[in-house]
Each structure stands twice: as structure tokens, then as C-alpha cells.
Design a protein around this ligand. Structure first.
Ligand code: URA
Length: 204
């Protein structure tokens, strides 16, 4: 399977910092205004040794209340779609571009993304997944360092430094645009095929 290479992440390697240490560093984060309006900071959840990391946009209402990513309607949709990649929720790690809910589920602002970025970068370096699945525009643009939209990025795998990146639609978007769901399923099948072609080199 051909993978498109994007320069930019070669200079950074994995880090022996644990997710708990990163969470502790965030503490009661007030680096952006979202800290004042959140109920819970939604750090991320899942397997710290995941081969596949999913990145969403930001917590919604249910996630803000429960402190876990993708537990609401978008999460149910995601759970139902993971099988397309041959994955289960315990095998993956899920985080968001911003860790606190933007009020009324508005889009995160550039300064909020900027404030949260070091924590997501550290999560990625701690987990050091083989594949990053970017759900929607915000995650795709963050990871691939582009302003291009997910519609033009999706449908193929990209490589940036160590990571194979699959930009795809956000599952919440597929609730309103049901015609996008088969495309999201195709993208996840592509991830499953890549994983099958590249078995883990060592037990993780
Ligand atoms: N949408 C996201 O992008 N992230 C969540 O955690 C929930 C919904």
C-alpha cells in the first residue's frame, strides 16, 4: 500500500514520559479560557501502548460531564466503526485536540488549540503509536500541519516522520451526513489492511 510522506516530525522521537505524568503536569489547567467553563478536563483514555491512536476534536457535553473522550453519540458511532479496522476499544488510545469542552460545542479557537498542543504532542510521544487516525478537520490539520480539509486529505494514508496517518471524517459528522459513513468505513479498513501488512515488531 503506498503511503504519502510529509516532512516535519522526523526530529522528535519517543519519550519515556508516562501518560500519568503528562496528566499531572496539566493539573487544573487554566492555560486557555476553556479551563473556566469546563466541568472536567478530558485527558484521554485507552491503551498506553496502543499501535493505533485516535484523535478527535474536543469534548462534547457528555465527555465534559464524564471526563472521558467519545462517550456520547459520536463515541457510540466510533465504537460501532472500530471493527472495520479490526480494532476494539481496549486496543486503542483516544484523545482530543483540545482537552476541555468549547461552550455549546463550538469549534476550538486557534489559541485554544495552541495552548493544548504541547500536551497532545507529549501524549503522542509517550504512546508512540504506529498509526494515528485523525477524526475530522481539526485533528487532521494538527497532525499533518496543513490547512487542507479532511475531504481532500482522506482516502489515503500519509506518513509524517514515524507515524502513518489516516485523516478521516469525524464520526459525529456522519450522523448528519450519512453518505460519509461508507467513506469513513473505507478509511478504517485501510488502517486494518496496513496493520495486517505491518505486524507489530515486538510485544507492546
Ligand atoms: N467529539 C470529539 O471530537 N471528541 C470527543 O471526545 C467527543 C466528541
Amino acid at each position: 500500500m503506498s503511503v504519502m510522506r510529509i516532512p516535519g516530525h522526523e526530529h522528535q522521537g519517543p519519550r519515556e514520559v508516562s501518560l500519568q505524568e503528562i496528566r499531572d503536569l496539566m493539573g487544573n489547567c487554566q492555560l486557555c479560557p476553556l479551563g473556566a467553563t469546563r466541568t472536567n478536563l478530558v485527558f484521554g483514555v485507552g491503551n498506553p501502548h496502543a499501535r493505533v491512536m485516535f484523535i478527535g476534536e474536543g469534548p462534547g457535553r457528555n465527555e465534559d460531564l464524564q471526563g472521558e473522550p467519545f462517550v456520547g453519540a459520536a463515541g457510540h458511532k466510533l465504537d460501532a466503526l472500530l471493527g472495520c479496522a479490526g480494532l476494539t476499544r481496549d486496543e486503542i488510545y483516544i484523545a482530543n485536540v483540545v482537552k476541555c469542552r468549547p461552550p455549546g460545542n463550538r469549534n476550538p479557537k486557534p489559541e485554544e488549540i495552541e495552548a493544548c498542543a504541547p500536551f497532545l504532542r507529549e501524549q503522542i510521544r509517550s504512546i508512540w503509536p504506529d498509526v494515528i487516525v485523525c477524526l475530522g478537520n481539526f485533528a487532521s490539520q494538527f497532525v499533518l500541519r496543513t490547512n487542507a480539509g479532511v475531504t481532500s486529505l482522506r482516502g489515503r494514508l500519509h506518513q509524517t516522520g514515524h507515524f502513518v496517518v489516516c485523516p478521516t471524517f469525524h464520526p459525529a459528522a456522519c450522523i448528519y451526513h450519512s453518505e460519509w459513513q461508507p467513506l469513513l468505513e473505507d478509511d478504517l479498513r485501510m488502517v486494518g489492511a496496513w496493520l495486517a501488512e505491518h505486524p507489530a515488531e515486538e510485544a507492546r
